[in-house]
Design a protein around this ligand. Sequence first.
Ligand SMILES: NC(=O)c1ccc[n+]([C@@H]2O[C@H](COP(=O)([O-])OP(=O)(O)OC[C@H]3O[C@@H](n4cnc5c(N)ncnc54)[C@H](OP(=O)(O)O)[C@@H]3O)[C@@H](O)[C@H]2O)c1
Length: 343
Amino acid sequence: MTASIAQQIVLAARPTGGRAQLTDFRLEDVPMPVPQEGQVLLRVDYLSLDPYMRGRMNDARSYAKPVQIGEPMTGESVATVIESKDAALPAGAHVLVTAGWVSHAVADAKNLAALPADGIPARAYLGVLGMPGFTAYSGMAAIGKPKSGETVVVGAASGPVGSLVGQLAKLVGARVVGIAGGAKKCAYVVQQLGFDAAIDHRAPDFADQLANACPSGIDVYFENIGGAVWKAVLPLLNQYGRVPVCGLMAQTSGKNDGVDDGLATTMRAILTRSLTVRGYINYEFLAEYRQAFLKDVGGYLRDGKIKHQEDVTDGLANAPQAFLDMIDGRNFGKVLVRVGDEE
Ligand SMILES: NC(=O)c1ccc[n+]([C@@H]2O[C@H](COP(=O)([O-])OP(=O)(O)OC[C@H]3O[C@@H](n4cnc5c(N)ncnc54)[C@H](OP(=O)(O)O)[C@@H]3O)[C@@H](O)[C@H]2O)c1
């Protein structure tokens, strides 16, 4: 029997001073939603936590609308249909849904598709085979375009985006240098993911270590960080270097590493070295690359050619802490919250 109470986490306050905190979130009990004809009741199994959610907490102009105070935080999940009022999507089906930080949701069945029963755990469609994986794949295919023998550098290298960026570059024969926080992540990036080198961005001589690891300069810098990392990368970029600008964690984390943007230096480097710097949000490439992504990365995963790591927290109530930990780099792999039962 379905419980009568569901739970959700809402935005209680907008962060002030750059950094989000636990008091910006509130856990609420709400009545269990009831599906109407053509709808299904979903139990969220895994909620994905992603850096972009930090931007949605601000009331600022961006590529997507902010979450309003008192509204559930936005987010994608894998969920199980536990009650169906549409024969096309029966109880027991697993689906991908954007329902927010909630335990249960009602959705129109016609807007949902059952996830393939391909032997891959459904939660992989939130990580390596989901939005973060697609972000890595499309950014490299459309902008980075790595070639054999080139040097590719990527930050947040142990996370779902950075880890796939580097592994895709290795598969085409590039030299890959990852940037990550701390010895454990750096060891994982080299020993498990097969990158050629990894540099800890917290090391006092980080810029020198990066220069030593890139003796032929940098041809592709996949930008996930900004701040001090970008400052160290810029002088090393080769002529015709490509910079897919994917994310800016140094700003997202509210620290920016005490570095100013160095705009004049940046613009001069772009001009004199004919750099291609291109910002993007993954979904602009969906039509062009989604099928190729699922075929290529799904195939690499099944063939054991790429690895991925998940960092799972139990319980919706613990989502805010897991989210803040990710922003500060205390996650190790794709951050998921196990909300409902194991699939
Ligand atoms: N454009 C798009 O469509 C799109 C889509 C998805 C993701 N993104 C971006 O892709 C990037 C990676 O996302 P993800 O989901 O794979 O996250 P993730 O790597 O699991 O988590 C973010 C990581 O950023 C690193 N970080 C935080 N503050 C930092 C700082 N000041 N300096 C250096 N590193 C810092 C931390 O790793 P360390 O411990 O290694 O420092 C942290 O674990 C983010 O910038 C995100 O915004 C963009």
